[in-house]
Design a protein around this ligand. Structure first.
Ligand code: ZN
Length: 196
């Protein structure tokens, strides 16, 4: 499993491509990701979204139109793709697969699990595969996602942080900024949970 990434859009939102034996999983394709996807992917298998904010789903519709792949998103965030509260999502769309907490999807023998950690958004999730976690806007290197946006919830964020510190170590690929690990972030997450 090889992971490649590039940041897109005004917020530098990381799009990840997970290269598997028979194709690629695309995670959080932001504004302009399609052109890069066309170059680096041979056979896109699916698009996974950690949550529904426009900067993470911006090119979903274009990628679906080009490759005919399904868009997977946590079920509680689908409404953000259909009615973006920021008014910045140009191509509104209906996601194909509305994912529940803990649901797993097998591609090329690799199990991807969506794990619900609400707070940043109602459906905000991390996607795990083996010892790798795509943390979206839940966990960043030395920081966490904002919990003051429309439909954010600080209380849920605090509960999510408390659950996250109990997890095993993961290599973390966040929605913005550099990779990190859960072990490296554990103390920061505890401090954030106390501060909210
Ligand atoms: Zn976000």
């Amino acid at each position: 499993m090889q992971i490649i990434s590039r940041a897109f859009g005004i917020y530098g939102t990381n799009c990840y491509v997970v290269v598997l034996s028979d194709g690629e999983i695309i995670i959080d394709p932001g504004d302009g990701a399609l052109e890069w996807i066309e170059r680096v992917c041979k056979n896109p298998l699916a698009v996974f979204c950690t949550h529904g904010h426009f900067d993470h789903v911006y090119d979903c519709d274009a990628i679906k139109a080009k490759f005919g792949v399904d868009i997977y998103i946590p079920k509680d965030d689908a409404f953000l793709c259909q009615n973006d509260p920021f008014g910045l999502l140009q191509a509104k769309f209906n996601p194909d697969i509305l994912v529940s907490d803990g649901e797993e999807f097998d591609f090329s023998g690799v199990k991807f699990a969506f794990c619900h950690f609400p707070g940043h958004t109602p459906g905000c999730s991390v996607i795990t595969a083996g010892d790798v976690m795509f943390s979206g806007d839940f966990i960043f290197k030395n920081s966490i996602g904002r919990y003051d946006f429309p439909f954010s919830d600080g209380k849920l964020m605090r509960q999510s942080l408390k659950r996250a510190v109990e997890l095993k170590n993961y290599k973390i690929y966040p929605g913005h900024g550099e990779p990190t690990s859960l072990d490296a972030e554990r103390n920061s997450l505890i401090r954030w949970a106390q501060a909210i």
